[in-house]
Design a protein around this ligand. Structure first.
Ligand SMILES: [Zn+2]
Length: 326
């Protein structure tokens, strides 16, 4: 049973919003597009893996997609976590194509595809690190549950190779289609429940409470200045970024759409790309509205958390606002 559903990576949403607000021939367009393709390919791999997870018995397995949990001053991110009353299982998904060689000596992954050899961070070391982090996280919250892991290769035509001595790769790297069999092996090793259902649910709730969304400073990452973004309210129908606010309604001069709350989605763009707070003045500048009273009305009607006096009031575009679907 999914307790945290499969959802598109937040990083992809950030990049899509950035793409929509960059001039057509911006020098960073290609780099952003390539990054987005890579992230969406990873998501496609996770979707392929989730197909197999759907066959797990609902009652026994609590499934979480994309958890990001705190560890000291950092965070660790898990693609899938399967939680039972007997064990926790981390699934690290990789959507590589070509031939993969897991090199034990140097702890590296070598991919050969299209006559080209490339090196990647070893997913086994990564998964093992997450295993340690999750074990510590559980312990620090008073739970002692064995944590195991698999590296799942989601593309069925990818060829996996390693040396016969590399026991870790032989035991821990699996193709998506053999994942259920391998989960069964863990099931047989960890037969006895360590917690009752109530406590397992308690751990689940804690995981959901502590997981946080990643935030990025994309403009900084790509070296783009705020002034280079296309400002204005984006039309939900045709994508034109210059809707006009007229007597309480947004109108699109391009496709003639009329819409009362088009600013909501565009304000999300602002929160993702510029910053997670906004003042009346900043709103007027970014969305091209002259009247402070109109903006005051729009900001107040969204019931956003805020601080400060009426004039310099700061509104917070928090996670709750970003997840809200208009
Ligand atoms: Zn339009």
């Amino acid at each position: 049973m999914y307790l945290k559903e499969l959802s598109k990576p937040i990083r992809a949403t950030f990049l899509e919003k950035l793409q929509q607000r960059l001039l057509e021939n911006h020098p960073k367009t290609l780099e952003i597009q390539q990054d987005l393709i890579r992230i969406l390919a990873g998501y496609k791999g996770e979707k392929a893996v989730s197909y197999y997870l759907d066959f797990l018995p609902d009652k026994d397995f609590f499934i979480f997609h994309s958890l990001r949990l705190p560890s000291k001053n950092h965070f660790f991110q898990i693609d899938f976590l399967l939680l039972t009353s007997r064990f926790a299982l981390i699934l690290e998904c990789k959507n590589f194509f070509g031939t993969l060689y897991f090199d034990e000596s140097f702890k590296q992954l070598i991919r050969t595809a299209n006559d080209k050899e490339e090196g990647f961070q070893d997913p086994l070391s990564q998964a093992k690190w997450h295993q340690q982090q999750l074990t510590n996280w559980l312990r620090s919250n008073g739970f002692n549950l064995p944590v195991d892991y698999y590296v799942v290769i989601s593309n069925p035509s990818t060829i996996i190779k390693t040396s016969p001595q590399n026991k870790q790769a032989l035991n821990k790297v699996v193709h998506g289609h053999s994942l259920l069999e391998r989960i069964d092996e863990v099931n047989h090793t960890c037969k006895n429940p360590l917690y009752d259902e109530k406590t397992t649910r308690k751990i689940s709730r804690l995981l959901l409470k502590r997981t946080t969304q990643e935030s990025f400073d994309l403009l900084k990452k790509y070296g783009i200045k705020e002034e280079e973004l296309l400002t204005g309210v984006r039309c939900p129908a045709c994508g034109n970024i210059r809707m006009i606010h007229h007597y309480g309604t947004w109108k699109c001069p391009k496709c003639q759409l009329k819409c009362k709350d088009a600013h909501l989605e565009s304000l999300k763009d602002y929160s993702f790309l510029v910053k997670p707070t906004i003042t009346n003045q900043e709103f007027r500048k970014f969305f091209h509205i002259h009247s402070p009273d109109v903006v005051n009305y729009l900001l107040k009607s969204m019931n956003l958390p805020h601080s400060g006096s009426t004039k310099g009031r700061v509104y917070y575009l928090n996670e709750e606002f970003r997840n809200f679907r208009a």
